[in-house]
Structure formats: structure tokens, C-alpha cells
Design a binder for this molecule. Structure first.
Ligand SMILES: CC(C)(COP(=O)(O)OP(=O)(O)OC[C@H]1O[C@@H](n2cnc3c(N)ncnc32)[C@H](O)[C@@H]1OP(=O)(O)O)[C@@H](O)C(=O)NCCC(=O)NCCS
Length: 176
């Protein structure tokens, strides 16, 4: 297997079935959040996929905007056969580029893969100081489960056990 010819492209509705089949076992292991099919279709414009030359989907990930200056990388996964070939880093680069295009300053993630995210400048969050109290109270109005996880609300705590909260500050990022 080679990474040559891999392309990153915006997801299409026809990718949802593959995305769900890769997420299902990860959701069972509580690595990713389980979501209904309709949620994927509704958020398909947030997703990027990595496609192999034969059309196979090697991986995918989404960028979800939370606030004027804040977005989250979510549902980032590489299909098991493609792990360790650079697909994840390709996707994370693309999602960070998208965050820059959208004008957000910070990108959040909740993950077990701390070293992987640290390679892109993500740092472990010490506390909730990423959002001020005013924004925190606005975010409480969201019905999105990922936002609830970001806020560390009691009702989603079982989903987040063992995960690490990380943040990337795009403004202080060192450009190569
Ligand atoms: C996290 C995850 C997306 C990483 O995907 P991946 O495609 O295996 O990641 P990569 O191949 O880009 O990088 C992983 C390792 O492979 C190796 N690697 C990277 N590029 C490579 C290449 N071109 N050739 C060979 N090995 C390579 C590196 O050792 C890299 O380690 P590093 O992260 O310490 O740099 C994947 O493990 C996954 O799907 N996990 C489950 C879901 C999850 O936890 N998502 C995160 C929270 S949303």
C-alpha cells in the first residue's frame, strides 16, 4: 500500500455509509461519539475525506465551528487498513487549513491520540479558560453533543472518560 495518489477532497453524501462503517467499531470502544445517519448528512459539509486512486476512502475528519474564534476537529479516523501511512496527518493538515480559512483562532479536540495531535501544535488544556464565562453561557444553549463534551457537562461525562482535551492556538503557531 502506498500513500502516492492519495487526495483530500470535501466529503460527498455517498461517503456517509463508509464513514459510518468505520466509526461504528470506534464508537463501540468509546473512542468516537456515535451519531445517527441524519447527523452525518446534515454535517457532510464539515467533512473532508482522503481518497485512494481506486476510489477507496482511506480516512475522514470534520471541522465543527463552535464560536467566532473556536472550532473542533471531530470524527477524525483512518480506515484500519490505512493506519500508519500518513492519512491522519494529511486530514488534520486539511482541517487546520480549513480552520484558518474560516477565521477561527483556536481548534479544540477531545482525544486519546495526544501525541498525534501534539505533532500539529495541539496542547493539553489545563482548564476551561479557552472560553470566557459569557461565551460559556452562550455555548450552553447548543444542542450539539460535541459542544456539551467541550463544556464538560455532567450528562456527557461517561462519553469523555479517559479522553484528553487539547487546543491548538493558530495565532501562536510557528509556520515552517
Ligand atoms: C488518530 C488516527 C486518525 C491517526 O491516523 P493515521 O492515518 O494512522 O495517522 P498517520 O499515519 O498520519 O500517523 C500515525 C503514525 O504513522 C506514522 N506515519 C505517518 N506518516 C507515515 C508514512 N507516510 N509512512 C509510514 N508511516 C507514517 C507515524 O509514525 C505517525 O506517528 P506520529 O503521529 O507520532 O507522527 C487513527 O489512529 C484513528 O483513526 N484513530 C481512531 C479515531 C481517533 O482516535 N480519532 C481522534 C479523535 S477525533
Amino acid at each position: 500500500m502506498t500513500t502516492e495518489g492519495l487526495t483530500v477532497r470535501p466529503a460527498r453524501t455517498s461517503d456517509v455509509a463508509t464513514i459510518r462503517s468505520v466509526v461504528a467499531p470506534l464508537a463501540e470502544q468509546r473512542v468516537l461519539l456515535d451519531k445517527e445517519a441524519v447527523v452525518y448528512f446534515e454535517s457532510i459539509q464539515e467533512f473532508q475525506v482522503v481518497q485512494a486512486p481506486d476510489g477507496q476512502i482511506a480516512g475522514f475528519g470534520a471541522l465543527h465551528v463552535m464560536w467566532e474564534d473556536l472550532a473542533e476537529v471531530r470524527t477524525l479516523a483512518t480506515a484500519p487498513a490505512w493506519r500508519g501511512h500518513g492519512v491522519g496527518h494529511l486530514l488534520l493538515d486539511a482541517l487546520i487549513d480549513r480552520a484558518v480559512q474560516l477565521g477561527v483562532d483556536r481548534v479544540f479536540c477531545l482525544t486519546f491520540e495526544t501525541e498525534f495531535f501534539a505533532r500539529h501544535g495541539f496542547e493539553v488544556m489545563a482548564d476551561q479558560s479557552a472560553v470566557d464565562p459569557e461565551v460559556y453561557s452562550e455555548l450552553l444553549r447548543s444542542t450539539d453533543e460535541g459542544v456539551a463534551e467541550f463544556l464538560d457537562l455532567a450528562r456527557v461525562k461517561p462519553n469523555t472518560l479517559g479522553n484528553t482535551r487539547m487546543i491548538l492556538d493558530l495565532q501562536s503557531r510557528v509556520h515552517p
